[in-house]
Ligand binder design. Structure first.
Ligand SMILES: Nc1ncnc2c1ncn2[C@@H]1O[C@H](COP(=O)(O)OP(=O)(O)O)[C@@H](O)[C@H]1O
Ligand SMILES: [Mg+2]
Length: 233
């Protein structure tokens, strides 16, 4: 079992500081959330962990693997799944081909496609359709399913609720909770604080590129200031 450790992470785009001195760990089987408004630095933080944004850090480590030295394309092999913001499925390929592409880097230990179809029955029904013909919610399920195909130990998800109806958000939440209960560690980045408190046990609040607060999700859900700012209550 493997812990993801991030210490002192900063991201700059030219003169723009997107993240500053961000530190957190995701323990095996843990579910950690990062909530924050648009522009807070959530996507930059996830991209930087994946080696996809200009970064500086004291430590980015997954167990024995120093991710500061690991090229982005090797992270999947180490057991890190990533669902980027905005789905990014291959619209001109079938649902099934999209899923099989998720397994290509680790053919020796990939998840049987049946397991993904069991989690998302709609993907089985649609398996011969082009991914581009799916609804937004179905494409999001496909993106999650594709990341699962390499049998990750930890999954990084960037705003899986974006643009989805409340019913589909609840369905995604249910799947994430089920995966977490089965031992998958989750790092969930969201503007949707309600979903995040529902799925995670611990949560960071990000503001202006920095961690402004950390707490137990169930406590944050009842914090008057968090309720006012992030839940609109
Ligand atoms: N490629 C980029 N080039 C320049 N600035 C960027 C880039 N990506 C993000 N930013 C800026 O970095 C800050 C954080 O953005 P982002 O990490 O996308 O936040 P979030 O995901 O929380 O909405 C914002 O001010 C945004 O405008
Ligand atoms: Mg974002």
């Amino acid at each position: 079992m493997t812990t993801l450790t991030v210490e002192g992470l900063s991201v700059h785009y030219g003169g723009v500081r997107a993240a500053h001195d961000v530190s957190f760990t995701v323990e095996p089987g843990q579910s950690l959330g990062i909530i924050g408004a648009n522009g807070a630095g959530k996507t930059s933080t996830l991209k930087a962990v994946m080696g996809l944004a200009p970064r500086r850090a004291t430590t980015i480590r997954f167990g024995e693997h120093d991710l500061l030295r690991a090229p982005a394309h090797t992270l999947v092999r180490h057991g890190i799944g990533y669902v980027p913001e905005g789905r990014h499925v291959f619209p001109g390929l079938s649902v099934e081909k999209n899923l099989l592409l998720g397994a290509y880097t680790s053919s020796w230990k990939h998840t049987p496609i049946e397991e993904v179809y069991e989690l998302f029955p709609v993907l089985r029904e649609m398996r011969h359709r082009l991914a581009g013909a799916l609804s937004g919610g179905q494409q999001q399920m496909l993106a999650v399913g594709r990341a699962l195909m390499c049998r990750p130990q930890v999954m990084l998800l960037d705003e899986p609720s974006m643009g989805l109806s409340p019913i589909l958000v609840a369905e995604i939440a249910g799947v994430l909770k089920r995966l977490n209960a089965d031992g998958l560690a989750i790092l969930l980045v969201e503007q949707n604080a309600k979903l995040t408190f529902d799925v995670t046990t611990t949560c960071l609040v990000m503001e202006n590129g920095q961690i402004a607060a950390t707490g137990v999700s169930a406590d944050l859900r009842n914090d008057p200031e968090v309720r006012r700012i992030y839940l609109g209550l």
